[in-house]
Design a protein around this ligand. Structure first.
Ligand code: MCN
Ligand code: MO
Length: 729
């Protein structure tokens, strides 16, 4: 069995040997580059763009301004500003030239006339609606109330009530490879190579507005150096580049520089919660009332993040009375969207801060306080309608509690030596496997090698290896004979992609089902070669056998037999097909859960350091614990970065101050630390291979654990991230 083994990734070698092919590594003769002139004011009325000098610049092939398509929820004037500029970094003009340097030089000759308008950057100021972020538009672009029970009265009935402002700053989903796209025009059609999480979705959204200008669009995912949620939804640059290649009838490439990526890639998180929560003396929570403000930036495509955060807020706890008032507000900033965890890290940070703060207020041990309120039997439907399908919260918490007590003893020893140290524990419920379905094809080739094409589009997770494990087990063949490929709209019918920690469960199960169908095909074909009735045959260990006669034929032999006799007659009673496609989806999302424990020390300058770290998850069946652990390790470090260093900061004029890695703190190898990961396989999903996702879990579990540890180390209540050194000095 390969499933369950810690196999190394099949996909790593090409990257380790420098043979990866990212978009910018691809070269086509005659490729033109584009440079995007972006706004350097955050709010203005655009009156005129004069491009004459730029057009005459040697090497320039064209300039585009005012390009607009109708797409829901994108900024007014998308993909380029036309009459109103809404944020610094918004595209104003596009220069197409023989190379990127020429394009950038020509851009300097463009004259932009505008009248500045007051801008609003702070989401709470925006909520007041005194200054409009978008002219003629209410700043509150989204409003929704989630409510259950009678929270107002339940709060009044509490022995202890807390009232806190909890802030989760905006962050940059900093993938190693910035975004990039290459659109190749040929005979009225486009082949688009992109750094993306979903070629199929990209094809769909490009076709939705360019469909009348081209015959077809094929999207190929180039090797993609990470995405963390940020390369899924449509971007201005996708449309601009594809459009530029249509008008020039040439290949056109756009590659973001790092600083360009930081202002144009949708930022993540950006939520403020004003929370009131109450508890009884015995530690039972009475109610939570939360005003959730989502800092949407200049567009409204991020509202689903507030919905996820609101409905997941009660988390693993029995809280009957809850109300979340959601306000999505416009600000003159880069639009917001998902970043690894997408709404669940925000919900978890808020609820876990509440758990710790309430436990302090009722003077209870924070773990006992959690136990008092934890959901004890699953399935369980939370008051806002989310169904937690399977698992055992209490026993997992007991596991992490054990580590918590041990870390507490270590912290105590450190404190005796005068070192400021603290321990924090978080318990979280995840929501993943966002749907609706995924596809996979399994093809046995003439040489017996197996090609699996999955509709998911991994970009660092390692799903290719795990899917190969699943298929190799099911077909009973060596894993070396199984190749998994993905990321091309022309090689797989329809598909969705990689996001919402769904690839292993949905594409993995689709591959499992496709393999089962292939086994049925193999039996049918074997029947004629073994001169048996198909009912008599069994498929085991890569062979079809007839237990009665003892005759057998391997999958490889069948594949070879149906592809021999070049030029010969059709001799098959059965169609010689040894391939199958399957689609797999589930009725509902999955809800794995886990717990993180951190031991953190703060030195005399206020610099925090993680001394020890433990995480435990229940994601149902774990296909490859090495890959899952890799996800947790990366996620913990990202969660640490978000907790203590990462923040997108704007000045009062709307300039992005953290516009490069010189100003934006992102963890490096120097900030990593020891992480121990454990898993249990209790809460199975309903899929044939009963897995749930792990791709985002650690970014959800980490911030509340490390922030609690910091709070304990310095003895000061902490309610916003990133925690600033001067707060804990
Ligand atoms: N896995 C497993 N057993 C399970 C579940 C998963 O062995 N029961 C393994 C899978 O084989 C895969 C990995 O764990 O190698 C993650 O699988 P899964 O949970 O299905 O998540 P996805 O593959 O769908 O990845 C998406 C997820 C998301 S939503 C973000 S955001 C994120 C993340 O993955 N972005 C990443 N991890 C990332 N890791 C890298 N390197 N780069 C990103 O951009
Ligand atoms: Mo994601």
């Amino acid at each position: 069995m390969y499933v369950g083994q810690r196999l190394k990734r099949k996909e790593d070698l090409k990257f380790l040997t420098g043979e990866g092919k990212y978009v910018d590594d691809l070269a086509f003769p005659g490729t033109l580059d584009i440079f995007i002139l972006r706004s350097n004011v955050s709010h203005a009325r655009l009156t005129k763009i004069d491009v004459r000098d730029a057009l005459n610049f040697p090497g320039v092939e064209g300039v585009i301004t005012g390009l607009n398509f109708k797409l829901d929820n994108r900024p007014r004037n998308f993909p380029m500003a036309k009459d109103e500029i809404l944020y610094t970094g918004q595209p104003l003009a596009v220069i197409i030239a023989k190379d990127r340097y020429t394009a950038a030089d020509a851009a300097e000759l463009i004259q932009v006339d505008y009248e500045e308008l007051p801008s609003v950057l702070d989401p709470e100021t925006s909520l007041k609606n005194e200054i409009r972020a978008i002219e003629d538009k209410d700043n509150v672009g989204y409003k929704k109330v989630y409510s259950a029970g009678d929270p107002e009265n339940a709060i009044k009935d509490s022995d202890v009530v807390i009232d806190e402002k909890i802030e989760i700053s905006r962050v940059y989903p900093g993938a190693m490879e910035p975004r990039g796209i290459l659109s190749v025009y040929q005979q009225g059609s486009l082949t688009v190579y992109a750094s993306t999480q979903s070629p199929h979705y990209m094809r769909k959204f490009l076709l939705s507005v360019l469909g009348d200008k081209v015959n077809d669009i094929r999207v190929i995912q180039a090797d993609t150096g990470g995405a963390f949620g940020s390369k899924l939804f449509p971007y201005a640059e996708d449309f601009i580049t594809a459009y530029a290649s249509i008008v020039t009838k040439r290949p056109v490439k756009w590659i973001a520089t790092r600083s360009e990526d930081m202002k144009s890639t949708y930022h993540g998180r950006g939520q403020i919660h004003h929370v009131k929560a109450g508890a009884k003396k015995d530690g039972s929570i009475t109610a939570i009332i939360d005003d959730l403000i989502l800092d949407m930036g200049a567009a409204s495509h991020s509202t689903y993040l507030a919905d996820i955060a609101a409905t997941m807020l009660p988390a693993a706890y029995k809280i009957a009375n809850v109300k979340v008032n959601v306000y999505g507000v416009y600000t003159n900033k880069t639009p917001l969207d998902q970043y690894r965890g997408a709404g669940r890290p925000e919900a978890t940070f808020v609820i876990e801060r509440i758990m710790d703060i309430l436990s302090d207020e009722v003077k209870m041990d924070p773990i006992d306080f959690r136990k008092k309120n934890l959901v004890t039997s699953l399935p369980y439907k939370n008051p806002l309608g989310i169904n937690f399908e399977s698992g055992d919260f209490i026993s997992l918490l007991q596991k992490s509690e054990h580590v918590y007590r041990e870390f507490e003893r270590k912290a105590e020893e450190l404190r005796m030596k005068g070192i400021r140290a603290g321990v924090g524990l978080s318990f979280y419920v995840e929501e993943n496997n966002f749907g609706p379905w995924e596809s996979a094809s399994v093809r046995v080739r003439g040489d017996g090698k197996i090609l699996v094409v999955i509709g998911a589009a991994p970009h660092g997770q390692g799903d290719g290896t795990a899917v190969a494990q699943i298929v190799a087990d099911e077909l009973g063949v060596p894993i070396e004979d199984v190749d998994v490929i993905w990321g091309d709209t022309a090689i797989i019918g329809e598909a969705f992609g990689t996001y919402g920690s769904r690839s292993l469960t949905l594409a993995g199960n689709a591959a499992l089902l496709a393999s089962r169908k292939v086994k049925e095909r193999a039996k049918k074909l074997a029947a004629q070669f073994l001169k048996s009735d198909v009912q008599e045959l069994e498929y085991t260990n890569g062979k079809v056998v007839n237990p009665k006669t003892g005759k057998q034929i391997s999958l490889k032999e069948i594949a070879s037999k149906v592809t021999e006799n070049l030029g010969g007659p059709w001799v098959y009673k059965e169609e010689p097909r040894l391939e199958s496609t399957a689609y797999f989806g589930m009725d509902d999302l999955t809800h794995p859960y886990g717990s993180h424990v951190a031991l953190v020390a703060v030195d005399e300058t206020g610099k925090p350091k993680v001394l020890d770290y433990y995480a435990v998850d229940d994601i149902g069946k774990v296909v490859n614990p090495l890959l899952a652990e890799g996800q947790v390790r990366g996620g913990v470090i990202q969660g640490w970065g978000e907790s203590v260093m990462e923040e997108m900061v704007y000045d009062e004029n709307g300039n992005l101050i953290t516009g490069s890695f010189a100003e934006y703190g992102i963890p490096t190898s120097m900030e990593t630390f020891n992480i121990k990961w454990d898993f249990v396989e209790v809460g199975m999903s309903s899929a044939p291979l009963p897995a749930k996702g792990i791709g985002e879990g650690a970014t959800i579990g980490t911030p509340p654990a490390v922030v609690r540890a910091l709070e304990r180390a310095v003895g000061k209540r902490i309610t916003s991230i990133p925690v600033k050194m001067d707060n804990i000095y």
